[in-house]
Ligand binder design. Sequence first.
Ligand code: ADP
Ligand code: NG1
Length: 457
Amino acid sequence: MATHPPKLQVVMTSNERLQNLKKTFQKMYGEPPQFYACAPGRVNLIGEHIDYCGYAVLPMAIEQNILAAVSVNDSQTIQLANANPKYKDFTVSSKDIRINQDNPQWHYYFLCGVKGVQDHLGLSPLAGMRCVVDGIVPPSSGLSSSSALVCCAGLLTMEANHESLSKVALAEICAKCERYIGTEGGGMDQSISFLAEGGTAKLIEFHPLRASDVRLPEGAVFVISNSCVEMNKAATSHFNIRVVECRIATKMLAKARGLEGNNLLKLAEVQTQLDTSLEEMLGLVEEVLHPEPYSRDEICKVLGITSEQLCEGLLSANTQHVTHFKLFQRARHVYGEAARVLQFKSVCDSAPAGAVQLLGDLMNQSHASCRDLYECSCSELDQLVDICLNSGAVGSRLTGAGWGGCAVSMVPSEKVEPFLQRVREQYYMPDSRRTALEKQSLFVSKPGGGAAIFLEQ
Ligand code: ADP
Ligand code: NG1
């Protein structure tokens, strides 16, 4: 697997988006950019909400990315601007970078990437920079716009400070530093943003981080459709509540098997300690946990901890108010979904007859589990997934964090045109807001390449 730094590519000046960004930069700062950095968003084909539990996921990078133009100076300030006027300019001293979790504005994501690389390399002083960011990953839609921004910022900070880090190191640094914004994500988004290679999806495994190629079957394509419902992870507590529920479920299962001394925090760690199969872990969930939500009192009693220990050791800042936790349902989803990822990879590897249908079935099971056990879908997404299935998809599921955002559908190649037309008619055309967003909301996606730094020729 490639571990060298992201490639320095030389691109032609004919790229219209780059030229527009260059013009904006020059107008804004009165000088040309010295280099550019880009990092892609991603679509997760299967393996939802399991990366932070330690399990492998199966995403591919998308063509849409965050692109930044950069110049370096010794002003000890970082000046940020955005091609989209909805994201306001921001200037900060490079000696005083702080991230405000209570107000997750766009520049804080950028500063997460800067600070992550700064802290990792112990950079002091940090080079002054002028940057203009141009992003085309639909925000808060499950395609990882936030991580693309964090990764782009981390990468350009490395380059501006004349440092070199491997792609794996950058992915790990960016996964860690995006948590400065307050969400306790796994490492899927940052890993695929750095480790992606054009033409192949990747199985991303953690501890240690590694990525291997997954050859998608011929005869089908992946279509992304946006429900047009936005869900900002950092501004709500849905995401962290799920992380916390998985952490508490880990403790309960560990306790039931006498592993409480091992300080396990992820559901995958229980499986590793017990050296057992995912099927047996599903059996353990049925045996140890009950479907009724757990109260705080019950959790404390079973784990033998005080309410203060629960708040400080297991809950995050934005989940302190939660009174009930669905441990059984969340753990069942995680172990079941982890098994589906392995099955998906194995079908892709062996490419048996009927592979497309088998993969579609796994995607459908994944969506049902996200909807019913993990409760991270929403009515619009469920409606969109149904429309996709009725329009010719063999499999369709929510992708990314959920509670809104996109669905990904697997569609036989010869059915793509009628599929797009039917989804257009049934989901987008009946609603004027959706109709206006349709062009950037419904598209075929092929596995794209990873983050890169480049100069203009
Ligand atoms: P996602 O699932 O896309 O990662 P999040 O809600 O976690 O969604 O993050 C979205 C946030 O990322 C936006 O609210 C914004 O702060 C930031 N963001 C995304 N795209 C851009 C962009 N082009 N320019 C500036 N900030 C962006
Ligand atoms: P998105 O879709 O980018 O919000 C989030 C997490 C992932 C993963 C998925 C669910 C971050 C940065 N990303 O992705 O790690 O847990 O949800 O599978 O928190």
